[in-house]
Design a protein around this ligand. Structure first.
Ligand SMILES: C[S@@+](CC[C@H](N)C(=O)[O-])C[C@H]1O[C@@H](n2cnc3c(N)ncnc32)[C@H](O)[C@@H]1O
Length: 260
């Protein structure tokens, strides 16, 4: 049986761009996904009809009395491998929307990035995400998938955490999820740079004061300070983001208003 975590469209969205995106997570552990979609912006996006999340368990598509989803690897070796039949049957049971990607979570995939999230949020109406376990899936599952993605250069026990990160990152970008679209534009990676530092009250906490420019009320100066902080942070923490054909400090107009 598949577990459905979607909610009915509860009200019409004012945002004309708003549309529904369907996520299908193929997982042996659907219960893993219950709470994350019941809290915060994820639950709001679901309640507003912006996103629908469905979990489908390959075990429900097994034919044998033990409901086996794994078997020993051909060629020997340690660990078990997820059998192809229940995965194919689970994916083939799903509706097919016109613009869909079928994504396999694997440490051997492309590193997941904000660019993936942006592309999927803009171009897709359905993402099917396959969660592996044990040694992973039978290689023939790759015939089902359009993309393989990794959460990073480390190995987790299963694909549920990468799947959750992926759905969260895409839902966050769907029109209507985050109240002010402008707050997305300033985030890390949006234009190739890391975000600037943020402060709130009190102006002095312990011995640490908020940078004076932020209290100045001079919006041009604040914008320029923030932009230069973005550059400084990116240069020192993530110089790899500053590739020659990427974002370029020389032509960054946001740095231009003179500090006076
Ligand atoms: C223990 S891992 C399998 C690792 C695999 N034998 C390897 O070395 O590439 C089990 C499952 O967890 C998921 N997984 C683990 N680490 C991951 C990562 N960094 N990114 C995406 N998925 C990951 C995948 O779905 C994978 O099939």
């Amino acid at each position: 049986m598949s577990v459905q975590l979607s909610a009915k469209l509860s009200h019409n969205l004012a945002d004309a761009e708003a549309r529904m995106m369907r996520f299908d997570i193929v997982t042996l552990f659907p219960e893993f996904f219950k709470t994350p979609f019941e809290v915060g912006l994820m639950s709001k996006a679901i309640a507003r009809g912006i996103a629908e999340v469905h979990c489908t368990n390959p075990r429900d598509f097994t034919q044998d009395k033990h409901r086996r989803v794994d078997d020993e690897p051909y060629g020997g070796g340690v660990g078990m491998v997820l059998k192809p039949e229940p995965i194919f049957a689970a994916v083939e049971s799903l509706p097919v929307l016109p613009r869909r990607e079928v994504i396999l979570t694997t440490p051997q995939g492309e590193p997941l990035s904000q660019q993936h999230f942006k592309t999927w949020a803009a171009d897709c109406d359905q993402l099917v995400v396959l969660c592996g376990h044990y040694e992973g899936m039978d290689e023939r599952v790759t015939h089902l998938v359009t993309r393989e993605v990794s959460l990073g250069d480390f190995v987790l026990t299963g694909g549920e955490i990468p799947a959750l990160a992926l759905v969260n990152g895409v839902v966050r970008l769907l029109p209507g999820t985050v109240g002010k679209a402008a707050s997305l534009a300033a985030d890390s990676f949006e234009d190739g740079l890391l975000d600037y530092p943020h402060y709130t009250r009190p102006a002095v906490f312990r011995q640490w004061a908020v940078p004076e420019v932020l209290l100045s009320g001079n919006h041009a100066k604040i914008a320029q300070w923030r932009r230069s902080q973005q550059w400084e942070r990116t240069r020192s923490r993530r110089p790899d983001l500053l590739s020659p054909d990427g974002v370029n400090e020389e032509v960054d107009e946001a740095l231009e208003p003179p500090l006076s």
